[in-house]
Design a protein around this ligand. Sequence first.
Ligand code: AMP
Length: 364
Amino acid sequence: MKIGILGGGQLGRMIALAAYPLGVETRLFDPAPDSCGGQVTKLHVGRYDDPEALKRFADGLDAITYEFENVPVDAANRLMHHAPVYPPPLSLEVAQDRLIEKRYFCDHGVPTPDFAPIESESDLREFAAHAGLPLVLKTRRMGYDGKGQVVVRAEHEFEAAVSELGGAGLIAEAFVRFEREVSILAVRSRDGASAFYPLVENRHREGILRISRAPAPEIDPELQSTAERYATGVLTALDYVGVLAIEFFVDNGRLLANEMAPRVHNSGHWTIEGAETSQFENHLRAVAGLPLGSTAARGHSIMLNLIGTTPTTPAILAAGSAHLHLYGKAPRAGRKLGHITLRGDESSLLEPQFDTLSRLIDRA
Ligand code: AMP
């Protein structure tokens, strides 16, 4: 079995690592020759708009998937002539545009914060008149990790906010004073079977995920089943195959969808040690047409991202039972360099190690 992965970053790298024990071969495609996934499996360097490069990449593959959602839809559609592409490219179209994505959620019964398309300052004025301030203004496309968005707190900021983000092609959202942020990771197989990991609680700083706790502490089972119902609506509508992540705000006990990722997700990295089957393995199983594995948690996990800089490996490993994953990337501000997972049977026992590691990371 040979699986191709569009994108050669850490997610592709971790899918490739999960493929070895299953005897599945992987091959990555990325325009950057130094993509970190290339350190662990074959990397085809090429441009997404080069049909010949895509064809060479696809030669002999049984299925193709992707590890980031900004893969050009044209490239994914073109590759479908060579091998099945999962998740379906429609998932890319939906996830690449925050407006299409929010409308898709609404059309499939998933509540979101109030939103409106913004093409000018007057659109923003109109939205603010009914949604109120503050609000969040975002670019519809190519925003990630908090990039391409500003919080607008007062009317005199409207003009600058709209022009800072390019003047048009924007979306405004009501600012949600959420209790917490959670995500659901769902997986659906080629024959339509689906499974869900327990909800994860996520902490962001400067728009970048820093910490995930899984299962999210003190989750009402009803919130879990609501999240699963919302995810099922999207999985079914897209005739989805693979892992899908949906991020939610918990607002007055209700789930409001913020965004989805049609791929394995940073808030699922804990599953490598913390679940019976990791998200990477389950994604691969789904794409390869294999039976899904159990999504049950093994005790409790806390995942800490290593962003921009990282403490030394001996310092991290000295902090108890830390599972370290470095991605082989050169340090750079804001860059995800690796993550650490703490796993244990009692969540309270993880807290002292978590505090030690947090201090180490802050000082790095
Ligand atoms: P995003 O790029 O949309 O995932 O946003 C990154 C982070 O910004 C989210 O995880 C939230 O912490 C925050 N954020 C985004 N949209 C909103 C919103 N409508 N209200 C409050 N906070 C938000």
